[in-house]
Design a binder for this molecule. Structure first.
Ligand SMILES: [Ca+2]
Ligand SMILES: [Ca+2]
Ligand SMILES: [Ca+2]
Ligand SMILES: [Ca+2]
Length: 105
């Protein structure tokens, strides 16, 4: 199983084999809390490891203060959700998620 499939299956709280918006946001919030090691509700560059040098980090940092707030992460995830949901049914299948990540690389 790929890392993506593991995230998908764990994130699929109701086991219907698709991710709805609430499930995607829960994944985002859980990973935010895990990454925020000093618990100040901001992801600083030192907390995100190699992602700090990713252009996406500065893209997501809407107010350009060098750290990601939960609001910034949620805004990003909702935008990602919309892009990934190619048939616009409000649900992400594993195929849509895979295509989205492959397209990003
Ligand atoms: Ca589900
Ligand atoms: Ca922090
Ligand atoms: Ca910010
Ligand atoms: Ca869909």
């Amino acid at each position: 199983m790929t890392e993506l499939e593991i995230i998908f299956i764990k994130g699929d709280q109701n086991g219907d084999l698709v991710l709805n918006k609430a499930e995607v946001l829960l994944i985002a919030i859980t990973s935010f809390n895990e990454t925020d090691s000093d618990r100040d509700n901001m992801l600083e560059k030192k907390e995100v490891g190699k992602l700090a040098s990713d252009p996406e980090f500065s893209d997501n940092d809407a107010d350009k203060n060098g750290a990601l707030s939960i609001e910034e992460v949620i805004a990003e995830k909702l935008a990602d959700f919309k892009t990934a949901d190619t048939n616009s049914d409000g649900m992400l299948t594993i195929i849509e998620v895979k295509k989205f990540y492959e397209g990003k690389q």
